[in-house]
Design a protein around this ligand. Structure first.
Ligand SMILES: [Ca+2]
Ligand SMILES: [Ca+2]
Length: 448
């Protein structure tokens, strides 16, 4: 740690140090040092007689700092060196106001404003007589003796520059090195800065906690797929059926005479209304209408899974002490990464990690069962009549197709074609509607 001495005006703002408005310190841009502001002060005759200068420094209109700087009367100008113990406020505007004082009375004043763009800036400042004191003559100031150049007013108070102090933009231990630039900050590293769309951090496994100086920001996933088929067919069923049709006519008079009462007959039981007493029955041919398979059961969409899931931990520790275009972040055994919403091109120095990545998914899949075609099957050649209404119990009359039975008294309430051989059904399958897709797209870019 270098035993630097400097003038500390107000902690956190700025300080004035070095040769100030004294002989030998002519305005000279070549004197400008990194991370300082050199104010080249020119004095008019009245101000040159000042024994002291009151200096006020303001950054962005706030955080005002004030100090007094002694002056050797008669010197026409000099330099004020403004330092920034808590980090060079690049991008901000510094305003310097100087009052020239003789025995505590203001004899001149001036100010200058300077944006801090480069690592060192030089700005001119002219101190001129104020209206009230412009008529002061040098004779009035004879009593002002030359003052010792006020090289330093205060000293920097060093503190440890480790841990969080490596990311605060301050040269904490006063060795002239800030954050990543300080050899004490071995756990810090400079990495390329990223655009506003990105958050800097690292990735860990989903089950892991984020390390110190990092906070969990999101869980990102890639490789979305269903677990197994989208629509399992295991709960689908197919019921085979044969279409067989005929007709049965009951007769109220002997010898199948009189006015017959026709009833359609199929391979499934159906009720009949037969005039009683029935004395005869006749049937027609059995027609084979073919086999069919009716769909039963349900199919539900399968669960989903990601092939890769990562937790993104964003770091709040972003310090200084790096070259332009770089920032100081914690050094870990894993590469520094950056995450952005949407599909965004990676910043220079970072490579996109194959995804795409998402924080969520949208699942609009719907499933339905389907059956294969029916094959085979036959209708048989007989028709049975039952006294029950649902073809239960023993058939009370069974007839071949295209037969007359003119001596078949009885009561018949249901009828069907019997001896049917059911067809075979092809394997049940499913159909898929809708889609499964990742949602809330993310871009993950990492250092090599
Ligand atoms: Ca620091
Ligand atoms: Ca340091």
């Amino acid at each position: 740690m270098r035993a630097a001495r400097r003038s500390n005006l107000v902690a956190g703002c700025a300080l004035v140090a070095g040769c100030a408005l004294v002989a030998g310190c002519t305005p000279d841009a070549a004197r400008c040092r990194d991370d300082t502001l050199l104010v080249a002060v020119t004095l008019d005759d009245a101000s040159a007689q000042a024994d002291e200068f009151a200096v006020a420094i303001t950054i962005d209109g706030t955080a005002s700092s004030q100090a007094t700087v002694a002056h050797g009367a008669g010197q026409p100008g000099g330099n004020l060196l403004v330092q920034f113990p808590h980090g060079y406020p690049r991008g901000h505007v510094v305003v310097i106001a100087v009052d020239a004082l003789v025995a505590g009375a203001v004899v001149g004043s001036g100010s200058a404003s300077q944006p801090l763009a480069a690592s060192c800036e030089v700005t001119p400042l002219t101190v001129q007589a104020t209206a009230a004191t412009s008529d002061l003559g040098s004779d009035d100031l004879d009593r002002v003796a030359d003052l010792t150049p006020p090289a330093d007013l205060y000293q920097c108070v060093p503190a440890a520059e480790t841990g969080d102090a490596c990311f605060d933009g301050i040269d904490n231990d006063c060795d002239g090195h800030t954050d990543c630039d300080d050899p004490d900050c071995t756990m810090a590293q400079c990495v390329p800065a990223v655009g506003a769309a990105f958050k800097l951090g690292i990735t860990v496994t989903q089950a892991s906690f984020c390390p110190a100086m990092f906070s969990s920001k999101s869980v990102i996933n890639s490789g979305l797929a269903p677990v197994g088929p989208d629509c399992p067919a295991t709960s689908c069923s197919c019921a085979p059926a044969m279409s067989c049709s005929s007709n049965a006519t009951s007769w109220p008079a002997a010898a199948c005479s009189g006015e017959g009462d026709g009833n359609s007959v199929s391979s499934t039981c159906r009720g009949v209304s037969v005039a009683a007493p029935t004395l005869g029955m006749s049937t027609t041919a059995i027609l084979n209408g073919g086999g069919s398979c009716s769909i039963g059961g349900t199919s539900s969409r399968s669960a989903t899974q990601w092939s890769s899931t990562e937790r993104f931990c964003q770091t709040s520790a972003v310090g200084g002490g790096c070259a332009s275009g770089q920032v100081c972040v914690p050094r870990l055994s894993v590469p520094t990464c950056a995450v952005a919403d949407g599909a965004v091109a990676c910043d220079s120095g970072y490579t996109e990690t194959v995804g795409p990545w998402f924080t969520d998914l949208t699942d609009t899949r719907s499933c339905s069962c389907a059956c294969g075609a029916a094959s085979g099957g036959a209708c048989g050649s007989s028709i049975s009549f039952y006294a029950s209404t649902d073809c239960s119990g023993t058939a009370t009359l069974t007839m071949s197709a295209s037969q007359n039975n003119c001596n078949a008294p009885g009561t018949y309430r249901s009828v069907k074609v019997i001896g049917v051989t059911q067809p075979s059904c092809g394997a049940a399958s499913t159909t898929l509607g809708g889609t499964l897709a990742g949602a809330n797209r993310q871009t993950l870019c990492c250092r090599p």
